[in-house]
Design a protein around this ligand. Structure first.
Ligand code: 2HG
Ligand code: ZN
Length: 460
C-alpha cells in the first residue's frame, strides 16, 4: 500500500494535505534554509494518532518532521527530502489548570501567548517570552529549550517544564515526571527531550509551571558609550534591583527599526550602544534606588542619556526598539548567528569580534544585538543590496569558521537559543566534543532506532 493509502487508514481526509501551498507552508521555518519538499502534511488530533503515525513510519521507513509554529531560525522544522510533516496545529487544547500546583497541562500545539494569557487570567505568570510568542507552540519551545528576553530572571523553557508526555521514535508513549516538584528516581528523561529538536520523539503534552506575576514592570532605555561601560551598567543595576531583562542593541538597529516601523528615535542624541533594562518597580524606594543608579552611571561616564517608562503602554513602546529588530532587519536578508559566551567574557568577545569583522567582513555591514545579560549575542550580517542572496550566504558561510573559532576559544556556544537544526549541524564540533556527539548519537539510537525522527537535524 502506498503512503497515501496507509495514512488514509488512520486519518480523515481533512487531516491530510498534499497540495503545493500546504507543502511549502508547513515544510519550512523562518530560516528558509532549504527549499521545502515534504511528501505530505498530517494533522493528528491525539497522542494515539501520533503513536499510530510513528509506528507507520517505522514500518515504512518514513521520515517524520515535527511542525509547531515554525518560528525557528535553524531549519529544525524544514522538510526538504520528501518527509512527512506532522503538524501540531490541531493538538492545541488546554487540558487542565491547577492553581494549587501553579501549573497548566496542555497539548503541544498550544501557542505560547495562550499560555501566557491563561497565567495572566489566574493572576500568575508564564515568564518565558520572545517576539514570536504569538505564533510559536509550547511543544516547539520545549523541543528547542527556547530562551528569549527574560532568561536573566526566569531561565529558559527547561525551567518551566514539570511534566512531559512523549511518543518515542519507536512508538512508546512515556509520561515523564508527571508535574512533580520532587522526583529523585534516576535519570530524568524529561530533560533529554527538552532541546532535542524532535530527534528523539514527539512531545505530545506538557505540564508547564507558572509563577507570581511581578507587580509593576518598568523599562529603562539607556544610551551607553562603549562595551566596557555596558558591563559596568549591568553590574550597577544588578546590585540595585532585580532585573527581569537586560538587552542590548546598537544605533544601526535603532535606525533600521525606526525606518521600518515608523517609530521616533528613543532618545535625542545618538549612541553606539543602547541597553534596555526592565525591573519590578514595586515601591517608591525601588524606583529611587534605580534612578540613583542611573545618575551614578551618568556621573561615571558610562551612560550619556536615558528614558524610563511612565506607564505600561510606554514600557511596551520602549520594548519595540529591541523586539522589532529581527523583523525589521529581515528586509536586508541577514545571515544570522546566535552565539553565547560567559557574561564576564562579553567585553573580550565583542572586542575580538569587532576586530574580526573589520578584518574579514569588509564588504558587509554587520549588526549585533541581543540578550547581553545572558552572554547571548545575535550577530546579523546584512546582504549588500546588489548581491545575489546565494553568493552572499556562501561568502558568510566561508567566514563563519573564524567567528566559531573565537566562540570555541572562549568555550562559548555556536547556538545560544536558536537550536542546531540543519543550519548549525555541521558546526556542532565547535561547541560539543567528539565524545559528547558520540553519546548523543547513542541516545538517539535508543529512542529512535530506525532514525525516523527528524533525520539530519542536530546530527548528520
Ligand atoms: C531575538 O532575540 C530573536 O530577537 C531573533 O532571538 C534573533 O533574528 C535574530 O537574529
Ligand atoms: Zn534572541
Amino acid at each position: 500500500m502506498d503512503l497515501i493509502g496507509k495514512l488514509s487508514k488512520h486519518f480523515s481526509e481533512e487531516q491530510l494535505r498534499f497540495d503545493q501551498d500546504s507543502l511549502a507552508h508547513f515544510g519550512t521555518d523562518r530560516s528558509r534554509y532549504k527549499k521545502p519538499a515534504p511528501a505530505a502534511v498530517v494533522f493528528p488530533q491525539s497522542t494515539e494518532q501520533v503513536q499510530a503515525l510513528v509506528i507507520l513510519a517505522n514500518e515504512g521507513h518514513i521520515a517524520l518532521v515535527p511542525s509547531g509554529g515554525r518560528t525557528g531560525l535553524s531549519g529544525g522544522a524544514i522538510a526538504h527530502k520528501q518527509e512527512l510533516v506532522v503538524s501540531f496545529d490541531r493538538m492545541n487544547k488546554v487540558l487542565d489548570i491547577n492553581t494549587t500546583d501553579r501549573s497548566v497541562r496542555c497539548q503541544a500545539g498550544v501557542v505560547t501567548q495562550q499560555l501566557q494569557q491563561i497565567a495572566n487570567d489566574n493572576q500568575l505568570l508564564y515568564p518565558v517570552d520572545f517576539a514570536s510568542s504569538g505564533s510559536s507552540h509550547i511543544g516547539g519551545n520545549i523541543a528547542t529549550n527556547a530562551g528569549g528576553i527574560r532568561v536573566i530572571a526566569y531561565g529558559n523553557t527547561r525551567n518551566w517544564v514539570s511534566g512531559l508526555e512523549v511518543v518515542t521514535g519507536d512508538g512508546k508513549v512515556l509520561q515523564l515526571n508527571q508535574g512533580l516538584v520532587k522526583n529523585a528516581t534516576g535519570y530524568d528523561l524529561r530533560h533529554l527531550f527538552i532541546g532535542s529538536e524532535g530527534t528523539l520523539g514527539f512531545i505530545t503534552e506538557a505540564t508547564m509551571q507558572l509563577t507570581e506575576a511581578p507587580a509593576n514592570l518598568s523599562v529603562l532605555v539607556l544610551a551607553v558609550v562603549d562595551v566596557q561601560s555596558l558591563m559596568k551598567v549591568f553590574d550597577a543595576f544588578r546590585l540595585s534591583c532585580r532585573l527581569t531583562a537586560f538587552e542590548c542593541f546598537s544605533q544601526r538597529t535603532v535606525d533600521i527599526v525606526c525606518q521600518h516601523m515608523g517609530l521616533e528615535k528613543p532618545l535625542h542624541k545618538e549612541s553606539p550602544y543602547y541597553v534596555l533594562l526592565e525591573f519590578d518597580n514595586d515601591s517608591v524606594q525601588k524606583e529611587e534606588t534605580v534612578l540613583a543608579t542611573f545618575e551614578r552611571c551618568i556621573g561615571q561616564g558610562y551612560v550619556s542619556d536615558g528614558v524610563m517608562s511612565q506607564s505600561a503602554q510606554q514600557a511596551k513602546d520602549l520594548w519595540r526598539y529591541r523586539e522589532d529588530i529581527s523583523e525589521s532587519i529581515n528586509n536586508y536578508t541577514p545571515y544570522k548567528n546566535d552565539i553565547a559566551v560567559r557574561v564576564s567574557d562579553i567585553p573580550l568577545f565583542v572586542a575580538e569580534l569587532d576586530q574580526l569583522i573589520a578584518q574579514r567582513y569588509t564588504h558587509f555591514e554587520s549588526v549585533w544585538y541581543g540578550h547581553i545579560g545572558d552572554g547571548n549575542l545575535h550577530l546579523n550580517i546584512l546582504k549588500p543590496e546588489n548581491m545575489v542572496a546565494e553568493d552572499f550566504f556562501t561568502a558568510c558561510a566561508e567566514l563563519n569558521p573564524h567567528v566559531f573559532a573565537l566562540v570555541k576559544k572562549l568555550q562559548g556556544s555556536i547556538s545560544a537559543e536558536h537550536g542546531v537544526g540543519l543550519v548549525k549541524r555541521d558546526d556542532l564540533s565547535y561547541s560539543r566534543s567528539e565524545d559528547e556527539v558520540a553519546i548523543m548519537r547513542a541516545m538517539k539510537a535508543v529512542f529512535d532506532p530506525r532514525g525516523v525522527m527528524n533525520p539530519g537535524k542536530i546530527l548528520t
